[in-house]
Design a protein around this ligand. Structure first.
Ligand code: ZN
Length: 411
């Protein structure tokens, strides 16, 4: 699938010791990302509704990580999927009397427009579940060869006991896993399962559902194997960072990693990185609760997408946090302040500011501190009545290029 339009971003490079540290969910500790070739896989949306603030916060976080690695000379290969066939999409299409393909196409286009407006760099490979079906079939065949697959009627299930490390990435008790599995689309009580947590690999054709031919009969892929198959096809047998919202830790990322490790006998991902949930009016923003704030609606209402991005960067990516009008207003005011400061032909010295911002971001993406350093530079620039006298030396332009390169904020 075509990724969204590439953005023109200044090729800014900083001369610093590159010490990017992130919180690794599997290790439950801060880890230093030492690799120079970064293989980043971030789980994409199921396109049955528009992009809400929770999605935007996640993709902006991984965009920030990618930019931070790039300005420090690392090479990032970024792959994202899009689950363009799955139960929620089919259910919404039936509810709204739409063809599921038309619904997916419409929402994918809207998502791409939102990402471009938010200055999220497009992944090198943006892969849909439908186009990945041959990869899924190949992955399931590999799991069959390892003896990790069994049938219930005509559906295929992954036997989690084939992964000796099952559970290591999510740190939950068996009871917690079963409870969350049931809440997030799993079927722990299904008769015929070897283990309650075994997950669906291939759903045999049902009346009224789309299906594709396969050596195991007509059907469609399960969600977890879709991401395993795409990640391993486009990034090799082991990836550097598996990312997504914290609601994907279990079962999705546990299952993806378990399947990948059984397939290849190799570590699926070096690090697992997860973003906090965005709440609205006291509850987690989610489609099922219907309490959504959409990026596209705010943009239609004339809100600057850079203010939306700044609002989502204002607090730490791992914290569960609220979206509200005050957050957006603060970000709008901050953007105006930055633009006023950057409009000066020359501002205060920038080297310490750049170094402080990089240090803050290297420390598990501490955006709160990073933005405060730009605030203080902009405030000094606005207050400095001498800053317009020497217009030959424009350090302001250099700092603006840095801000665009790493924070993704076009001044
Ligand atoms: Zn995924």
């Amino acid at each position: 699938m075509q990724s969204w339009t590439s953005l023109s971003v200044p090729n800014y490079k900083v001369k610093v010791d590159s010490k990017v540290r992130i919180w690794d969910t599997e290790a439950q500790a801060i880890a230093e990302v030492t690799e120079t070739e970064i293989k980043l896989y971030v789980c994409g949306i199921t396109p049955y509704d528009a992009t809400h603030m929770g999605h935007a916060a996640t993709y902006i976080t991984f965009d920030l990580l990618q930019r931070l690695l790039m300005i420090q000379g690392r090479n990032v290969s970024y792959v994202q999927n899009i689950t363009d066939v799955d139960d929620p999409l089919l259910e919404r299409a039936i509810r709204d009397n739409l063809d599921w393909r038309d619904l997916a196409t419409k929402e994918i286009e809207l998502f791409k427009d939102d990402m471009s407006a938010l200055r999220v760099l497009p992944p090198q490979h943006y892969i849909g579940a439908v186009e990945a079906i041959p990869l899924v079939i190949k992955a399931i065949e590999k799991l069959i060869d390892k003896g990790a697959v069994y049938k219930i009627d005509h559906d295929l299930y992954f036997d989690i006991s084939s992964d000796l490390n099952f559970g290591d990435r999510s740190h939950l008790s068996i009871d917690q896993m079963i409870e969350i599995f049931a809440q997030r689309g799993g079927d722990p009580t299904l008769v015929g399962k070897r283990n309650k947590l075994d997950c669906l690999l291939w759903r045999a054709h049902r009346e009224g559902e789309p299906s594709w031919d396969s050596p195991f009969g007509a059907g469609r892929p399960g969600w977890h194997i879709e991401c395993t198959a795409i990640a391993l096809e486009y990034l090799g047998s082991s990836i550097t960072i598996q990312g997504g919202g914290s609601d994907l830790i279990f079962p999705h990322h546990e299952m993806c990693a378990a399947q990948g490790e059984v397939m290849n006998n190799a570590t699926f991902a070096q690090y697992f990185m997860h973003t906090g949930m965005i709440g609205y009016q006291g509850e987690k923003m989610s489609k099922s609760k219907g309490n959504l704030v959409f990026v596209s609606r705010l943009r239609e209402a004339g809100i600057d997408a850079m203010a939306i991005r700044l609002a989502l960067l204002a607090n730490h990516y791992r914290s569960d946090r609220e979206w509200d009008d005050a957050l957006l207003q603060d970000a709008t005011d901050r953007l105006a302040k930055w633009r006023k400061g950057f409009a000066k032909p020359e501002g205060p010295e920038i080297e310490a500011t750049i170094s402080n911002v990089v240090d803050a971001l290297n420390n598990d993406l501490d955006t709160t501190k990073a933005l405060a350093h730009i605030d203080s530079w902009a405030e000094k620039a606005i207050a400095d009545s001498n800053s317009e006298k020497n217009s030959k030396l424009s350090n302001t332009g250099t700092l603006a290029r840095f801000v665009d390169s790493v924070l993704g904020i076009a001044i």
